[in-house]
Design a protein around this ligand. Sequence first.
Ligand SMILES: Nc1ncnc2c1ncn2[C@@H]1O[C@H](COP(=O)(O)OP(=O)(O)OP(=O)(O)O)[C@@H](O)[C@H]1O
Length: 248
Amino acid sequence: MSGKLLSISNLTVSFDGFKAINNLNFTMNEGELRVVIGPNGAGKTTFMDCITGKTKPTEGIVTFKGKDLRPYAEHDIARMGIGRKFQTPRVFLKLTPRENLELSCIRQKNVFGSLFGQTTQPERRTVGGLLETIGLDHKADMPAELLSHGEKQRLEIGMLVAQSPDLLLVDEPVAGLTDEETEKVGDLLLALAESHSIIVIEHDMEFVRQIAKQVTVLHQGSVLFEGNMDQVQSDPQVIEVYLGKQED
Ligand SMILES: Nc1ncnc2c1ncn2[C@@H]1O[C@H](COP(=O)(O)OP(=O)(O)OP(=O)(O)O)[C@@H](O)[C@H]1O
């Protein structure tokens, strides 16, 4: 056992001969918040798809908590404790934030509860705590369709946390958000990182600077560079393939 939460060795994904992921190696410790950046087409989404089992590697191994994920389907991997938040929020708009969170808690704990629509007292407390954590306690009982885009993003992050995954995968959480909303999502992820392992894919460098400790830079399907924010920002290769273009 490596002792790593996630370990990826020699991962290659070919689409009709084109290598979207090319001999990629990556490891992550439990409790880490890792930000993955890279230019368009670098392979970031495919990288996440391989972790969740949506895409199967052409070559290489993804190991989660010491277990080789190759034989498992996407839903098995979700059950093992890998939760994913996609770029666009997928909350139930007619339900309130409280109801959305209750549903996520129930789904996690017990199928019958959701059939009969009942929440138990401890679950209510969890939902109350989550509403505070995501900063929506004052909007807990209004229809989610009335929330701003940023509030919906925070609600969906809360719904993901309600399912108690061991690893949270968060794909571009601040795309299309205002600066103020972006900062709030950043604060939320930093708060969650105190008790969760999280991988965030993001393009917004202001946001990456706010949350990042360890950054992995992907380029052409491989890891180009790994380091802290200062190291990433001063690496000539990263500037050449990614940061330089961003400044333009
Ligand atoms: N199903 C597929 N079939 C063929 N090519 C694919 C497929 N999925 C991804 N690709 C290609 O693989 C490369 C990596 O794509 P991917 O979406 O993983 O990159 P990305 O870093 O997430 O990009 P972006 O920042 O634009 O979202 C791209 O060139 C893309 O066109």
